[in-house]
Design a binder for this molecule. Structure first.
Ligand code: PEP
Ligand code: MG
Length: 583
């Protein structure tokens, strides 16, 4: 019998596939006392884990594409050497024998004594070796506990493109890794529609429903599931009539996308002749292809932190420079806005930094520009790479999570410092790159007029602006019903920012998800927004609405929304704005 379950759709996409349940455990190392006769068996188990870790590393190494950075190969080779070192190969076997304990516990003891040796070492190179040891130990522990990475788990699944994964939770880095293998869609037990995993799913065009509590226990596995992102519903074991109806909907969607393609090479011009800039948000170098296919006029947000995920070392200046340069070149003179690292909160990276404790409240902690202003190596490396790649090109630098004027001034100081050091080294770099800030906290919107004097442009990040204004965690599905772009406070903060930038004559854009949601296009046009940046898949639909809108005719209605004090009334007025037929 069919079951209907509510969740939160992260895009209006539909997918049909077979349920594949993924169950994962936590790394939890406990002590077990062994009888003497069990010792050889346990030692053999440890020996096997070491051998499997080696095989795994060799397989990764031979799968690396030719153009992979040399650092990755060096790292793999270093880890292979470590696996042959008696400190890892032999010592735990002796601990098992001496302490009659399980292999995981023995390895944990040995790991602790190795870490103690490194404790007082200042040298950065040697400190990095300590992190290498931790990584390799974690890899062995996972093998001993027979835990596989998500990417490994999905590798074993046949016909992946016809499967819908049902999983507790999935991080942005994991999604990137499994996307490469192709899945029809996925359902999570946790997470809100504005989490970075959700944003990524939207921009990669993967249908998904989030926040289906206990999802893995609601399905048997193998049965058909339909994900309906428009109705925020999952249908398990649908009957053939329902299946047929949804298959037709998928076909209609494809036909509509084809029809929208006719707008690809046209400019976004409103009925009253105003030109609107439509830019794309991208996360990874490969996304340039999607951006160009969407017919965007530039990149309005390059989320650089995604380049730092799914790896155990940080990309160095050269690697970042090459990646930025290649993306900029592929945009062939169109503007590219590169956002400096927005790490932290739900965008944690491995990158050898797992010694850093997680903050108590990651969304309010050391994330984004706060982190960069403390970790100068990290920030300077990125700034150098951007300034070098920007040489002779149309590039802007955008700073996330700015809350004070002091931070803007500090950023400018670091940019000048980095330019000076490039000059000193005789390296070509862009001298006059516009620097702008994101408006993503209420303090920034309120201070917009002061920020506008210090910046070349502003960009409204509604995802965080809504999170911080309404005090709701964007990744917590239990409060996602409060996540409301039409809350009067949000509209007023957006209006303050738009008016301020427009009267200071500096460009202002919006790059949060609100910019790509076509139900808000007319409202934002009426409020004065002329530069939108969004996931490529929404761009043509937004362009179509712009081409059917006379902004002069709707301005009085959009102004009226700003005088209303509750979002239900705003929603009703918005429905009227959106249904207005314009000639
Ligand atoms: C935003 O907050 O609106 C934004 C665009 O940044 P991110 O979603 O990457 O936090
Ligand atoms: Mg943000």
């Amino acid at each position: 019998m069919a079951v209907h379950i509510q969740g939160t759709g992260v895009s209006r996409r539909i997918a049909i596939g077979a349920a594949t349940i993924i169950l994962r455990g936590h790394i939890n190392i406990t002590h077990r006392h062994l009888q003497a006769d069990k010792i050889p068996e346990e030692q053999h188990r440890y020996h096997q884990a070491i051998e499997n870790a080696k095989k795994h590393l060799i397989a990764i190494s031979s799968d690396l594409p030719g153009e992979s950075p040399a650092d990755i190969r060096t790292l793999i080779n270093t880890q292979l050497l470590m696996l042959d070192d008696p400190a890892l190969y032999q010592a735990p076997l002796e601990i098992i024998e001496k302490e009659f304990c399980n292999a995981e516990w023995a390895l944990k003891q040995q790991h602790n004594s190795l870490l103690r040796v490194f404790e007082n070492i200042e040298d950065t190179y040697l400190r990095a070796r300590r992190d290498d040891i931790t990584h390799i130990v974690n890899r062995i522990q996972r093998l001993l506990l027979q835990e596989a990475s998500l990417s490994d788990m999905v590798t074993r699944i046949k016909d992946l493109s016809r499967q819908i994964l049902v999983i507790d939770d999935i991080g942005p880095a994991e999604l990137i890794a499994i996307h490469k293998r192709g899945i029809a869609g996925f359902i999570t037990g946790f997470g809100g529609p504005l989490s970075h995993t959700a944003i990524l799913a939207r921009s990669l065009g993967i249908p998904a429903i989030f926040g289906v509590h206990g999802a893995q226990h609601l399905f048997e596995g193998g049965e058909f599931i339909i994900i309906d992102g428009e109705r925020n519903t999952v249908i398990g074991s649908p009957d053939r009539h329902v299946l047929r109806w949804y298959r037709r909907k998928i076909q209609d969607y494809r036909d509509r996308q084809k029809a929208l393609n006719r707008l690809r090479d046209q400019k976004a011009i409103s009925l009253n002749g105003e030109v609107v800039e439509l830019h794309a948000n991208i996360e990874l170098p490969d996304d340039i292809r999607l951006a160009k296919k969407s017919g965007c006029a530039g990149i309005g947000l390059l989320r650089t932190e995604y380049m730092f995920m799914n790896r155990e070392n940080l990309p160095d200046e050269e690697e970042q420079y090459k990646a930025y340069r290649s993306m900029i070149r592929r945009m062939k003179g169109m503007p590219v806005t590169i956002r400096t690292l927005d790490l932290g909160a739900d965008k944690q990276v491995d990158s050898g930094r797992n010694d850093v404790p997680l903050p108590v409240n990651p969304a309010l902690g050391l994330r984004a520009i706060r982190l960069c202003l403390q970790d100068h190596d990290l920030f300077h490396t990125q700034l150098k790479a951007i300034l070098r790649a920007a040489y002779g090109h149309n590039v802007r630098i955008m700073i996330p999570m700015i809350t004070t004027l002091q931070e803007i001034n500090n950023v400018k100081y670091h940019i000048s410092y980095v330019k000076e050091s490039l000059r000193h080294r005789g390296i070509k770099h862009a001298e006059n790159v516009p620097v702008g800030t994101m408006i993503e906290v209420p303090a920034a919107a309120i201070m917009a007029s002061n920020f506008a004097q210090q910046c070349d442009f502003l960009s409204i990040g509604t995802n965080d602006l809504i999170q911080y204004t309404l005090a709701i965690d964007r990744i917590d599905d239990s409060v996602s019903y409060l996540y409301d772009p039409l809350h009067p406070a949000i509209l007023r903060l957006i209006k303050i920012t738009l008016d301020t930038a427009n009267s200071a004559s500096i460009p202002v854009s919006m790059c949060g998800e609100m910019a790509g949601d076509s139900q808000y296009t007319r409202l934002l046009l009426g409020m004065g927004l002329r530069e939108f940046s969004m996931q490529p898949s929404s761009l043509l639909q937004v362009k179509e609405i712009i081409s059917q809108t006379d902004i002069n005719q709707i301005t009085h209605l959009t102004n009226e929304t700003l005088s209303l004090s509750d979002s239900t009334a705003i929603r009703d007025l918005l429905a009227a704005i959106n249904s207005t037929k314009l000639h």
